[in-house]
Design a protein around this ligand. Structure first.
Ligand code: 4NP
Length: 145
């Protein structure tokens, strides 16, 4: 799960997808394309909305997406167009590129819609993001299990 800062959207996506998949069979992680928040906890508002729905993401720590992630993961879900371009710019070949998907395409195939960045907005933005990610991760989990 990849976003820009790895403190708002992708830690939520990580927590949600982990909760829907058996942990002995799937490795779920998140990263940011930027390095601003490496080592930081998720944004308080992401922690709060996750807690509201029964998930604890407070122990996650920000990290930056790196080329070796293409070797460690079969699927790389991005939140928006800018994340897509940043991740693709690190791809080494067509196999890497084929792993990169817009997460909302799970609900709206081929539309390449963005999960809106809630960082500069209010709590309702985080609620909205949670609902979108929960629906998309539900489809991902159903497809993979
Ligand atoms: P995220 O949100 O990409 O969903 O983690 C952001 C977090 C921090 C910043 C931008 C977006 N920032 O500019 O610091």
């Amino acid at each position: 799960m990849v976003c820009l800062g790895n403190i708002c959207r992708s830690p939520l996506a990580e927590g949600i997808l982990k909760s829907k998949l058996p942990s002995d069979l799937f490795k779920v992680d998140s990263a940011g394309t930027a390095n601003y928040h490496v080592g930081n906890s998720p944004d308080k508002r992401s922690v709060a909305v996750a807690r509201k729905y029964g998930l604890d993401i407070s122990n996650l720590k920000g990290r930056q997406f790196k080329t070796s992630d293409f070797d460690l993961f079969d699927l790389i879900y991005v939140m928006d167009d800018s994340n897509f371009n940043n991740v693709i710019s690190l791809a080494r070949n067509d196999e890497d590129i084929a792993k990169v998907k817009f997460i909302l395409n799970e609900i709206y195939p081929n539309q390449n819609y963005d999960v809106p960045d809630p960082y500069y907005g209010g709590d309702e933005g985080f609620e909205n993001v949670y609902k979108m990610l929960d629906e998309a991760c539900g489809v991902i989990a159903e497809t993979l299990t």
